[in-house]
Design a protein around this ligand. Structure first.
Ligand SMILES: [Zn+2]
Length: 400
């Protein structure tokens, strides 16, 4: 059985599936003709399947921790909801109960993640964990608030950010899942990967900006902007293509990680992009874009001891900048490499990035982490392995 739904502004296949609690493959089956197009547009009528009551039939090889991960449920809550079931070898064919409500995790790592999901999850996380502090550090070109989330209140000042590049939106998901697990561990006085989170909260103030480039990420997901004239221009900058999944820049076609006053002129020459486009255009001048300005102001205001910018991909850690980094940077990068199994790389011939500017301006350790391996945008199937790597690095950063 299905029912009809008229698509709205900002809808994507994933967002509709999430709202109605069905899988995207079930949605595609009910709408085979529309499935041929990556994007859906406001005003289209699609069919949505009605889904059965929640329950899960154990398959060969399943364990409760694996099921919990796949379905985004807390493993402890899943075990508690099924007291007679052996967590590591449940009976094949048996239907188990899926807990809802308080036990369910908020950040869904099985679905694509954009600005809409981010703001919804921040609202939910704040309700569940009132000790989270959230503030707006500025607005994007299209007027979207750029949020920052603070965890902990210690004297050490640490900063993580993600999605400077639009097609690297999986980094927002990495940071949001970390925020959720870190907050959950603090709330329940639990260890996180062997670390005492209560102590970490007392030692360190961690500020996370999970999505630096909201307009770009929404363009990647929805393929649209509200203004048709601007949309035409974007298609032109995108070399005539309506497929924006590879777009890195902000909505004005400027690469936000080539915007910082750290030998910006040299970067401009090196990139040699003559105007706005999906990538590599440094802008008319350093900090010409509101997202980059917001990050520079926020960073200066908070006087961070260390910053890490998360990008994809390559499983690499960049730690130096024109010999301006402090001596500790290299050894910290080696600790990060050990914690994540990524390679610490000494980079040359790159300027105007956020971490370059941070090192030049403050002479403190700044890092770029290229999470995961493959081709951008990294598929969600990469999430779990990328997260397993970077959570070790993030926790290591908090004890330095
Ligand atoms: Zn990047």
């Amino acid at each position: 059985m299905t029912f009809s739904y008229v698509t709205q502004h900002n809808d994507t296949w994933f967002r509709i599936a999430r709202r109605y609690g069905v899988s995207t493959s079930a949605l595609f089956c009910c709408n085979p003709r529309l499935r041929e197009h990556a994007y859906i547009y406001p005003g289209q009528i699609i069919q949505i399947p009605l889904h059965p009551e929640a329950g899960y039939v154990i398959q060969a090889g399943d364990t409760l921790p694996d099921i919990a991960w796949r379905l985004q449920i807390s493993p402890g809550c899943l075990t508690a909801a099924n007291p007679g079931v052996d967590p590591l070898s449940p009976c094949v064919g048996q239907t188990i109960k899926l807990p809802a409500g308080d036990g369910a995790e908020i950040v869904d790592t099985k679905r694509e993640y954009g600005y809409v999901e981010l703001m919804e999850d921040i609202r939910c996380l704040r309700t569940k964990y009132p000790f989270l502090q959230v503030k707006t550090i500025g607005q994007s070109v299209l007027g979207r608030d750029i949020p920052a989330i603070r965890l902990g209140s210690g004297p050490k000042r640490m900063h993580f950010n993600g999605s400077f590049h639009a097609n690297e939106w999986i980094t927002t998901l990495l940071l949001m899942k970390f925020i959720e697990q870190y907050a959950h561990a603090y709330d329940h006085r639990q260890l996180l990967r062997g670390r005492n989170v209560t102590e970490l909260f007392a030692q360190t103030s961690l500020w996370v900006v999970p999505l630096v480039n909201p307009d770009g990420v929404e363009l990647v997901h929805t393929g649209a902007v509200p203004d048709p004239v601007q949309h035409k221009q974007l298609v032109r900058w995108n070399h005539g293509s309506l497929d924006f999944t590879g777009w890195k820049a902000n909505i004005r076609g400027v690469d936000l990680n080539d915007q910082f006053p750290a030998y910006w002129e040299e970067e401009k020459q090196r990139r040699a992009a003559d105007g706005p486009g999906p990538r590599d255009y440094t802008g008319a001048h350093a900090l010409s874009e509101p997202e980059a300005r917001a990050m520079a102001d926020f960073t200066s205001e908070h006087d961070f001891d260390m910053v890490i910018a998360f990008h994809t991909q390559g499983q690499e850690i960049y730690w130096n900048y024109r010999d301006m980094e402090p001596p500790a940077s290299e050894s910290i990068a080696k600790r990060f490499a050990k914690a994540s199994r990524y390679r610490a790389i000494k980079l040359h011939a790159s300027d105007a990035g956020y971490k370059d500017w941070f090192i030049l301006q403050f002479r403190r350790p700044g890092f770029t982490v290229e999470a995961g391996i493959g081709v951008n945008p990294l598929p969600l199937s990469q999430f779990r392995s990328a997260y397993d790597d970077v959570i070790g690095l993030m926790l290591e950063a908090l004890v330095i």
